[in-house]
Design a protein around this ligand. Structure first.
Ligand SMILES: [Zn+2]
Ligand SMILES: [Zn+2]
Length: 436
């Protein structure tokens, strides 16, 4: 109930900015002091105040400094207000704790060495923003250095926020999960993972045929012990262990990936009972290969084209330069939103599961249409095999949808960067005109 009363009172709250002395009711343009003092400041006034403070600290003569001397300060301010700043960085777990005091709210010892900070702009440790802005100021009343929430500028896009959360979750969960489970028992973990993925897509009878075993439940028991794992037929082990790798490289056209896929698929094809009646694996492999081929030569090309257009239009919005992109090592879809191995791995792991969910949704739609229009048609295979075909179609649909969503998120991020640039540059320009 406390929250219920708190929100309307905050909405009606009158605020007076202690910089420009203007008064109005509280909205998103305001920042409230968190130090306990009853003070308020405009977001924009806080940015201007920070800019002025740092210019006076770092530049010997603010009214007469060379053009662009304040660039590191402006860049740092952009970093500060960027609510989705982690889209730019590819941090490892340890580095997150390293940088927390600087980008979080904790105060850090102030470094008065302008040259050092200026240099960090050019040395670029791991695509990090320059560490110029080390000071968030202090409350004019109580002199605390942690007195205000970080002012953020974002466009209010649900997709972008979801993407950001997804990256954040995978950043913590995957490295921790991978290190713990793989360190404890790497063979069992990759075996269980592969088997789980295969089970998401294939029905029991196909799996039995593919893995040459009377029941796949036996595999769970074998996986309990090291001796058990060793007693599984070699081809079955290769199929299970290799499945994640196969999925990760399904649309990869590098020579190594193609060679691996070729060997893998041949093992899958030759494994199993040749007298099996039903939808055979060679057929499934043939059709999924054709689908991947079509994907690579139509949809992927289209995506690349769209990304390139986006980069041409919005590359200048990337405020701390395209240092990392300058060496051409970055693929087009990572230009605005950096993607790390943990996010990619998480996506590959859950892909068959998402494909299965999408597939059953599609199957339900299909059955509904069939019923609605009274179409009398029955597939030339068993219900479980029919479901499997939909699982595989679902995987394709999920992949295409996910790529489209990623493109859209990149587009929105580009817009957001434009907004951040405008916001900070305009605020700083206002201060500059005050100097003149
Ligand atoms: Zn103000
Ligand atoms: Zn205070």
């Amino acid at each position: 109930m406390a929250v219920f009363h708190f929100v309307p009172s905050l909405k009606k709250k009158r605020c007076i900015c202690w910089v420009c002395l203007e008064e109005s009711t509280y909205d998103s343009t305001w920042l409230l002091h968190t130090c306990g003092c009853n003070l308020q400041i405009h977001k924009r006034c806080y940015i201007k105040w920070l800019y002025q403070m740092h210019v006076e600290l770092f530049l010997s003569d603010p009214t007469n400094s060379p053009k662009g001397a304040d660039l590191p300060i402006i860049t740092s301010l952009k970093c500060l207000v960027d609510g989705h700043h982690d889209f730019m960085t590819t941090l490892s777990l340890t580095e997150i704790w390293d940088t927390r005091p600087i980008w979080g709210q904790k105060s850090v010892p102030f470094q008065n060495d302008y040259m050092l900070n200026l240099m960090s702009l050019y040395t670029k440790r791991n695509n990090h923003p320059p560490y110029v802005l080390l000071k968030f100021g202090e409350c004019p009343q109580c002199k605390k250095t942690t007195f205000i929430k970080r002012p953020t500028v974002t466009i209010h896009s649900l997709i972008l926020s979801l993407f950001y959360q997804w990256q954040k979750i995978t950043r913590y969960v995957i490295p921790l999960g991978v290190t713990s489970s793989f360190l404890l028992n790497p063979e069992k973990t990759s075996f269980d993972l592969g088997l789980w993925q295969l089970r998401c897509l294939f029905p029991e009878n196909i799996l039995r045929n593919m893995l040459n075993i009377s029941t796949t439940k036996a595999l769970d028991i074998y996986a309990q012990t090291e001796r058990g794992l060793l007693s599984i037929p070699l081809t079955s082990s290769v199929i299970i262990y290799g499945f994640l790798h196969y999925l990760s490289n399904i649309s990869n056209v590098s020579a190594n990936a193609i060679l691996f896929k070729w060997i893998y698929l041949n093992i899958v094809k030759t494994a199993g009972n040749k007298y099996y009646k039903g939808v055979g694996l060679p057929k499934i492999i043939l059709y999924s290969n054709l689908a991947t081929f079509c994907y690579n030569f139509t949809f992927k090309r289209f995506l690349d084209l769209m990304y390139k257009r986006l980069i041409r239009k919005g590359a200048e919005n990337l405020y701390h330069g395209d240092f990392e992109n300058a060496n051409q090592g970055v693929s087009v879809d990572e230009f605005f939103i950096k993607r790390s191995w943990y996010t990619v791995l998480a996506e590959k792991i859950i892909w068959p599961f998402v494909g299965k969910c999408t597939g059953s949704l599609l199957l339900n739609i299909f059955l509904w249409i069939q019923k609605r229009f009274g179409i009398e048609w029955s597939p030339n295979c068993s219900p479980s095999e029919f479901r499997m075909i939909f699982n595989i179609i679902g995987c394709g649909t999920a992949a295409v949808s996910w790529s489209s969503l990623k493109l859209y998120a990149n587009y929105r991020r580009c817009q957001e960067l434009e907004k951040i640039n405008h916001y900070v540059e305009e605020s700083c320009r206002e201060v500059q005109t005050e100097y003149a």
